[in-house]
Design a protein around this ligand. Sequence first.
Ligand code: ADP
Ligand code: MG
Ligand code: ZN
Length: 615
Amino acid sequence: MKNPIKKNSIYKQAILALVIFIGATFFFSLFLQSSEKTQELSLGELVARINLGEVVKIVVNGNELRVDLSNGDKAISKKEEGADITDVFSNYGVNLAERQVNIEIQDESGLRFWLGILIPTILPFLIIGFFFWWMFRQAKGGVNQAFSFGKSSARLFSSFRDKITFKDVAGLKEVKQELEEIVDFLKNPKKFLEIGAKIPRGAILMGPPGTGKTLVARAVAGEANVPFFYMSASEFVEMFVGVGASRVRDLFDTAKKAAPSIVFIDEIDAVGRERGAGLGGGHDEREQTLNQILVEMDGFDRDTRVIVVAATNRPDILDRALLRPGRFDRRIVLDLPDINEREEILRIHSKGKALSKDVDLRRVAVRTPGFSGADLANLMNEAAISSARENQKTINQQTILISIEKVILGPERKGRAILQKEKEITAYHEAGHALVAASLKDADPVQKVSIISRGRAGGYTLKLPLEEKRLKLKNQFLADLSVALGGYVSEEATFGDISTGSSNDLKEASALARMLVTHYGMSNLGPITFGRQHDMIFLGREMTAEKDYSEKTAEEIDKEVSNFLKLAYMTAKKIIISRKKALKAIANALIERETLEHEDFYGILRPFKLKPVAI
Ligand code: ADP
Ligand code: MG
Ligand code: ZN
């Protein structure tokens, strides 16, 4: 969105420059023309002309004499500096009155006179200056920072554009409570100090990307009646070495002067990474910046009423020194929204959008487990965009549901030509996933199967739990594993060969199986976890856990993982082999129709009267 606007203004400026340039040329030519016609006369020549009776009028302007000749021509001449005009001519023995020459004395500051002098001399500088200014504007961001690099560019948020308050933040009740408390600390410190409570130094917001950390911080700024300084940690380490630390110093100085105040450092992991953990060089700058933050926080005396709030989605990589008591000792965790919160977020982001009457946000919330606030905001925007593109006046439910898949999997790539053979393989692969899912008692029901490729996936099978689950059982995990291998098994059983299309399934299945062993104690190794635990599993990312077990245990873990995968494989195989006809029916329907919705899919299976299978 930014680029076209920028381009536009560049065009505008270029056109402006051109217009000025043409204007200037026009001006010059005016002056050149007038001086072309006028001849220059020496004083002697002028006297001669006067004597010949050829001069009608002389306009005296300072030392310049502009002469109108009787034949209509114009001429220019000069007299000495300061000399009186009548004296000059009488020295030559000319009586002006006698010669009927009209003398006009003009004020020296005559506009034309000054323009005549100024424009030719100054205009070129103006034009050059303008071009420099224009070029600087283009490079503004970088240049400005180059000139003010030691200063923090912390912004006083309360004076920031549109105000956001807690009303604009859905859910996150505990988070809001904690933050309100912090604002309260700043406003009425007495209440807390009298009872012996220490005012906290810092709080850190932790949560996956898009859960509203930045949003909630802005809301605090809107709610708090204290100055609120906002800065993204990546801004600390921007251009020059040594800048970060001085920016930190400046930021805290400003905040202390404005106390009571809140300093918000967004994306603190950009500088707060565990020190000494960087690969290769180049992390010095970051370390210095981090050290300066620590120094500043330690330097607060008991009465400094500045609270530092930071946000990160990578608490696992933060330097432990940051989390020590006296620094960011309050940790506020933001989770992905649950179904009620999702509905609320959807409602907030439907404001100002024309929804049609059939829209049921609750059902949208049901269909979007695992979506972050940012995903949901994005979803509503996608739906609005598609509706506008299809010239609909309002956004309807169907458009929103289609947009969900777009957000999860990327846009459909209908245009991509697929070879007939590939289409067949994909159809059997997805049919395999879907059939296994539909057969297992503990698997989530199939919402949709499709062989239209989306994003990187060749096809997809969408399964959704019936209800929001807080806990998941071992049997459900095992069912997930079998479903994940369903595609692989189906390809193998149908074509006697395996394609590369299963690689992602295998990766996910392997990771899940390993989690069952090392995190959930669901294997034969019993109730134990392996690997140094990070307390932030909610990030859902693959951890590079520190090994805290022997080689022998490692072998056992591998064996358990492999057992889980084997069990899943056998289960999937049993289903696929014994229900080949159903598999074929699904695959054929997919080849023909490409996408099967929930009802279509279960409709195809109905004649087969499949019984639920337990693992
Ligand atoms: P983070 O900083 O945690 O990565 P942001 O605060 O930038 O996430 O959130 C991105 C966007 O997602 C917000 O601008 C907002 O539109 C939307 N959003 C996220 N969480 C919520 C929420 N709880 N309520 C309303 N909107 C939300
Ligand atoms: Mg953010
Ligand atoms: Zn697959």
